[in-house]
Design a protein. Structure first.
Lengths: 299, 425
């Protein structure tokens, strides 16, 4: 009996604070939010609230504004992930080829990640000024000076949902591509050189070498990148807040809508939005976690 | 490991000492007086510029009027009050209200009233004689279900158009005279556009657009029906509202393309720089022009076209939070806020006008003198964009609908959205 406690006791003791803190501040508060989302607590008034079941969720999904924010989020996530993966992979490929001054390029591409989104959002807000022609400012001014006026556009202030949210995704792509590049670069470096040599000896073209030998080995990294980018995009708040302000229908995503709802003390509704966001992230993350756990146990 | 542990202990010890010394401090400020805490914590978002100067003026009056109490500044800067409101919401939720807090007078207080966070101050109006000093029209606008929940410190006017006479001269338009109505204004805007001013109406994002919609509605519907929009007596689905919103759509077509990306000070800059002829903004522009050293000859101003007989007001006010730490100190602050000296000290610095009708115009700069004269004779109507006519939630929904309209230009959709917004709380 004593011996047993000795084996698992210290481990349990070390884990205990984490379990307690996570249990309360993460899972306990998720439960609290979920509970609030089932009530009619629509003001800051204290005291008992009535349970209304899933009424708040029903109302949300019948609401133009919420559905608009979900669609915006979907488009943003696709644009952000595709853009970041393309640029990340492209840069990794270029650097992997071994250019002179590689470390400088690596730093240059990685640096944007060191800037907080709220700060880069303020600057991008200026860069994405929608004025065109003689009045152009920001990026449009740059295009004007370079005589590339066909590239000038109103960015997020006009046009379809795709052009709107792609303009918002652009700064995020700029910030995160370097990180994805670093992931892929590490992946390339992790592939033993013998494999390349063997493929070359067998007469594989450069394209076939990448297509059939190197890329398949990067798929676990691509999956991690997808999950990391996906959950970041689903929670994106600060960048949009800084670029467009909190009350912009065209660019509103659930995180911003939740903030707006909370500011008017509608606790139940904002809790419901939070739980929907959690569910969307869970749809993405849980299969990934299950997959990695299975992989690890197989190993 | 050992070093780490002793370091930790030292840190904990230091923290303990800090806590003890903090206790010592608060004992000192109590001055050994066991009766009550004499600190009056005043929560505002007036942290710099003319607002801060105005607050300082009020504090000096408070210092002489309420010698028993000590003013404690609890201002939260940034976001035109958005940051402050969040901090305040947390404090109120935690049951730790400040002695008194700043809030827009009128319907925006409903959120606090519904949450049971502020007390009725009608009795103070009688005690301090404010029911006589403030215009009856204003008191009616502040009354919610027969009770008043705050004391206004100042009055701003929202329905003012600022012009650049040099630009208007290009189309031979007299900048000193307001167009008779919205249609006449649109005719002038058309002339200006024809004269080569691409975007004659300077417009910025968010509440600036809301103010333009409001003044268009006010001009087209008249003050009584306009007030009815906010208290439910006028139907948002009416044909007159549709007509007004269509005129707003026309006005938008004369505005700058980057309206969703700039702030009101930028669109004022367009006017000053001669890129635009007009911009509609509240009368804090007068203080801004003064601060930017724009000479008074370089601009003119008049009430928004068609709203000449109405004074669309907004007011900053102070409340009496429920279960506040020291209600007597807070009441003394409220007395200062409502007093003639307090209002004078505050408003001459902030660039607004006093809510009291017994103030002497000679104490104020040129713009304020004309505003004070209008305040006495015009019909007083509330502004939704600044919390006098609608709650924070309604305002949020309206802003969202307007930002959607700025891109889509769908009048029917806007009209439905505005009606729905006013049905929520």
């Amino acid at each position: 009996m004593h011996g047993r406690i000795r084996t698992w006791g210290p481990g349990a003791l070390v884990l205990l604070p984490t379990v307690l803190l996570l249990g309360y501040f993460v899972y306990g508060l998720i439960a609290w939010s979920f509970n609030t989302s089932l009530t009619d607590r629509h003001t800051a008034r204290k005291g008992p609230a009535n349970y209304v079941g899933f009424e708040n969720y029903g109302n949300l999904f019948g609401e133009d504004r919420f559905l608009n924010s979900l669609k915006n989020l979907g488009v943003l996530t696709v644009a952000f992930i595709v853009g970041t993966l393309i640029f990340g992979l492209l840069w990794a490929l270029l650097l992997e080829k071994g250019v002179p001054g590689e470390s400088i390029f690596r730093s240059v591409y990685l640096f944007p990640m060191a800037i907080s989104m709220i700060a880069s959002g303020v600057v991008w807000g200026w860069l994405l000024n929608p004025s065109q022609g003689e009045d152009a400012r920001g990026l449009n001014r740059l295009f004007e000076i370079l005589h590339l006026s066909f590239l000038e556009n109103p960015w997020w202030t006009a046009g379809s949902r795709w052009t709107t949210m792609a303009s918002i995704a652009m700064p995020a792509v700029w910030q995160l591509s370097g990180y994805i590049m670093a992931l892929f670069l590490a992946g390339f470096r992790g592939i033993p050189p013998e494999l390349r040599e063997a493929a070359r000896v067998d007469g594989a073209s450069e394209f076939k070498l990448y297509r059939y030998v190197l890329f398949p080995q990067l798929s676990p990294i691509a999956l991690s990148a997808l999950i990391i980018l996906g959950h970041m995009s689903l929670k994106l708040f600060d960048l949009i807040y800084a670029i467009t302000g909190p009350n912009q229908f065209r660019t509103e995503v659930p995180a911003i809508y939740m903030w707006n709802t909370l500011l008017r003390s509608d606790m139940a509704k904002s809790a419901a939005i939070a739980i929907v966001m959690l569910a969307v992230v869970a749809v993405l993350v849980i299969p990934y976690v299950a997959y990695t756990v299975r992989q690890e146990s197989e190993e | 490991m050992r070093g780490g542990l002793s370091k930790t202990l030292a840190l904990v010890g230091a923290a303990g000492l800090l806590a003890v010394s903090a206790c010592g401090n608060s004992d000192d400020s109590g001055g050994g007086d066991s009766s009550a805490n004499k600190d009056v914590t005043v929560f505002t978002w007036w942290a710099d510029g003319g607002e801060k100067a105005g607050l300082d003026g009020m504090v000096s009056v408070f210092g002489t009027e309420c010698k028993d109490y000590k003013f404690v500044n609890s201002a939260v800067a940034g976001g035109a009050g958005a940051n402050a409101k969040q901090v305040l919401a947390n404090d109120l939720q935690a049951g730790k209200p400040p002695s008194t807090f700043q809030a827009h007078a009128g319907a925006e207080l409903k959120d606090y009233i519904n949450a049971g966070q502020v007390d009725d101050v009608s009795q103070l109006y009688k005690d301090y004689g404010l029911d006589k000093a403030f215009p009856q029209n204003l008191i009616d606008n502040l009354t919610v279900d027969g009770k008043i929940y705050s004391i206004p410190a100042n009055i701003h006017r929202a329905n003012v158009v600022w012009t650049n006479p040099t630009v208007l001269k290009k189309a031979n338009i007299d900048a000193t005279k307001a167009p008779a109505n919205v249609d006449a204004w649109i005719a002038d805007l058309t002339k200006l556009k024809a004269a080569g001013v691409a975007a004659p109406l300077g417009l910025s994002k968010g509440f600036a657009q809301e103010m333009l919609v409001e003044t268009t509605l006010l001009a087209e519907l008249g003050p009584d029906k306009f007030k009815g929009l906010w208290d439910g007596k006028t139907d948002w689905a009416g044909a007159d509202v549709t007509a007004a919103l269509n005129k707003y759509k026309t006005l938008l077509s004369f505005s700058n393309a980057d309206r969703e990306a700039i702030d009101w000070s930028d669109s004022l800059g367009y006017v000053n720089a001669g890129k635009a002829g007009y911009t509609l903004m509240g009368d804090w522009v007068a203080a801004q022009q003064l601060a930017n050293k724009v000479p008074e000859t370089a601009y003119t101003y008049w009430p928004a076209p068609g709203t000449g007989d109405s004074f669309q007001f907004l007011a900053d006010s102070f409340t009496l939070p429920t279960n506040g730490a020291d209600p007597d100190g807070a009441k003394c602050w409220l007395k200062t806020v409502g007093s003639a000296e307090g209002q004078k000290a505050f408003n001459t610095k902030k660039g607004s006008i006093p809510a009291r009708s017994d103030a002497d115009p000679a104490d104020y700069p040129k713009y304020q003198q004309s505003a004070m004269a209008d305040w006495k004779k015009d019909t007083i109507v509330p502004s939704c964009a600044h919390g006098a006519a609608c709650t924070a939630g309604q305002n949020n929904d309206i802003l969202s609908a307007l930002s959607q309209f700025s891109g889509s230009q769908d009048v029917a959709k806007l009209q439905t959205a505005l009606g729905t917004a006013m049905k929520t709380s």
